[in-house]
Design a protein around this ligand. Structure first.
Ligand SMILES: CC(C)(COP(=O)(O)OP(=O)(O)OC[C@H]1O[C@@H](n2cnc3c(N)ncnc32)[C@H](O)[C@@H]1OP(=O)(O)O)[C@@H](O)C(=O)NCCC(=O)NCCS
Length: 168
């Protein structure tokens, strides 16, 4: 299990139990403005969705806690691909009060280190074209744009970003 520090923050890998995921689900709805008004039923739905998507797929769920023990950042993904060659970095975010302190960069680097250690060839993530912060950070961390996906449920495009973790 990964455990690290970043300044005053503690970074910790967590499992998929409801108790562990509940604060992450709460945070996810604070981080993404589009989720701010989700009902409790919807939030509860995300917990099940996360468990179903991550179980049995070599998931890595990284979280960061402030000194007062509140979860303030998370980054999660799972292994995929025909030969399980890809680590797909699915969701992540940082509470608005804790941004621009290098937390997401720290989570990103730990994730990539871990995925490389698991033998993944590359890491992939899908970033909305209207999310410059995420895009800039990903480019700084070595991703390149390698394709795009039209959204089915909203206007705009998701940019497929990839970063090699090993020499092919
Ligand atoms: C994008 C996000 C994850 C960045 O988290 P963060 O912890 O603030 O990022 P970091 O402090 O590690 O930033 C590292 C670098 O990325 C770049 N960056 C981060 N946010 C940026 C922004 N809003 N605009 C421009 N550049 C940005 C900067 O170069 C920054 O370095 P600097 O602060 O020294 O200038 C955070 O703003 C967030 O949670 N956004 C909403 C959720 C989201 O978009 N999630 C992705 C989809 S699931």
């Amino acid at each position: 299990m990964i455990e690290a520090t970043h300044g005053d923050y503690t970074i910790r890998e967590i499992g998929l139990t409801p108790d562990e995921l509940a604060p992450l689900v709460e945070l996810h709805h604070e981080v993404l403005p589009s989720r701010a008004y989700a009902t409790d039923e919807k939030k509860q739905g995300l917990l099940g969705e996360l468990q179903a998507a991550l179980a049995g797929r070599d998931p890595l769920v990284l979280t960061a806690f402030a000194p007062d023990a509140k979860m303030v950042a998370y980054k999660l993904g799972y292994r995929t691909g025909n030969r399980r060659e890809c680590f797909y970095s699915w969701l992540g975010g940082v509470h608005p009060f804790h941004r621009r302190k290098g937390l997401y960069r720290a989570l990103t680097r730990l994730q990539h280190e871990w995925a490389a250690g698991q033998g993944c060839l590359y890491v992939e993530t899908h970033t909305w074209g209207d999310n410059p912060g995420m895009m800039i950070l990903n480019l700084q961390e070595g991703f390149i744009a390698s394709g795009s996906l039209a959204a089915v449920d909203r206007p705009g495009t998701r940019i497929i970003m990839r970063k090699m973790l090993q020499n092919p």
